[in-house]
Design a protein around this ligand. Structure first.
Ligand SMILES: NC(=O)C1=CN([C@@H]2O[C@H](COP(=O)(O)OP(=O)(O)OC[C@H]3O[C@@H](n4cnc5c(N)ncnc54)[C@H](OP(=O)(O)O)[C@@H]3O)[C@@H](O)[C@H]2O)C=CC1
Ligand SMILES: O=C1Nc2ccccc2C1=O
Length: 289
């Protein structure tokens, strides 16, 4: 029996009884049944997630796909894109992927074109990609360092959104989530340029929320504390702050990428439909008022 006829039979069974089918049904059919559940919170929607081949971005992409969205995965390296897409497809999730270095205009355009080609529209944009090439004095930072951090962390989400905007308008609205950091509120010593870029994102979130509200597009921003990823475990991108955060704020542990993902899915869902311009800390403790 083909997958489509199995799906038709599955849909003809009352929803309350479908759970009983799980054990005896072959894996391929169970995967297909996951894909056809139109009741999931993001069903029928298309999400573009930058910096989504590992860490926080990957967890967000996986969660949005599990919640029913088609997700377009992206990052700088083709091998990372392939690996992430393969993992998520193996889980039965609806994803495609393409290379996109968010600091490159042609890559941003290609990301939008790919999303439209595979999915016919864009409802959500989640801007996760961010860099920190400097742990050191703010005033000793070179112009090149300033340009790189501000280009990737601050300018690229706005420039990418400008390319996505007409397509969200075509869908009658949309939702954007930026990824800042708790350092936006509580600057970490020797991360001055990065701190500054993340504080700028809070302002970008507010400005875009006001500008895009008349178009039915909401813009919110996630500000993670220390989350267990390659980025936070490398001393050259992020000095270990946990002992200090423990002492001062009672933060007991590092966060998991999955602890950021549900919030993004919530913000994009209809449950978040009256929330825009909000900056939300996910950090074990929030230093903001
Ligand atoms: N981890 C933490 O504790 C915190 C992280 N954040 C922020 O969360 C975001 C994600 O961090 P995290 O998950 O920890 O990082 P990771 O290093 O785990 O993952 C980074 C992801 O972004 C991709 N990437 C890196 N640079 C670019 C680029 N220029 N264009 C497109 N993709 C890129 C990487 O893939 P590839 O190498 O293939 O490009 C990878 O998929 C960042 O914005 C960071 O500032 C904020 C607060 C705390
Ligand atoms: O790079 C970072 N260092 C941090 C330390 C504490 C909380 C967030 C962060 C970052 O985003």
């Amino acid at each position: 029996m083909g997958l489509s006829s199995m799906a038709t039979i599955f849909r003809s069974i009352p929803r309350a009884f479908r759970g009983y089918l799980c054990a005896p049904v072959p894996l391929s059919a169970r995967k297909f049944s996951q894909l056809t559940d139109e009741n999931r919170t993001l069903a029928g929607k298309v999400a573009v997630v930058t910096g989504s081949t590992r860490g926080i971005g990957f967890a967000i992409a996986r969660r949005m796909a599990r919640d029913g969205a088609h997700v377009v995965i992206s990052s700088r390296k083709q091998e990372n894109v392939k690996e992430a897409v393969d993992i998520l497809k193996e889980e039965g999730l609806s994803v495609t992927g393409t290379v996109c270095h968010v600091g490159k205009a042609e890559d941003r355009q290609h990301l939008v074109t790919t999303a439209l080609k595979h999915s016919g529209g864009i409802d959500f944009l989640v801007c996760v990609a961010g860099v920190n090439p400097l742990v050191g004095s703010t005033l000793a930072a070179s112009e090149q360092i300033w340009d790189k951090i501000l280009d990737v962390n601050v300018k690229s989400p706005a420039l990418l959104l400008s390319q996505v905007l007409p397509h969200m308008e075509n869908r009658g609205g949309g939702c954007v989530v930026l990824v800042s950091s708790a350092v936006a509120y509580l600057p970490v010593p020797r991360l001055g340029v990065y701190n500054t870029s993340k504080t700028a994102l809070l302002g970008l979130c507010k400005s875009l929320a006001v500008e895009l509200a008349p178009k039915g597009i909401r813009v919110n921003c996630l500000a993670p504390g220390i989350i267990k990823t390659d980025f936070s475990l490398r001393e050259e991108t992020m000095p270990n702050m946990l002992p200090e955060l423990k002492k001062v704020f009672g933060v007991q542990r590092l966060g998991e990428p999955e602890e950021c993902a549900g919030l993004v899915s919530f913000l994009c869902s209809s449950d978040g439909s009256y929330i825009t311009g909000e900056n939300i800390v996910v950090g074990g403790f929030s230093p903001k008022l």
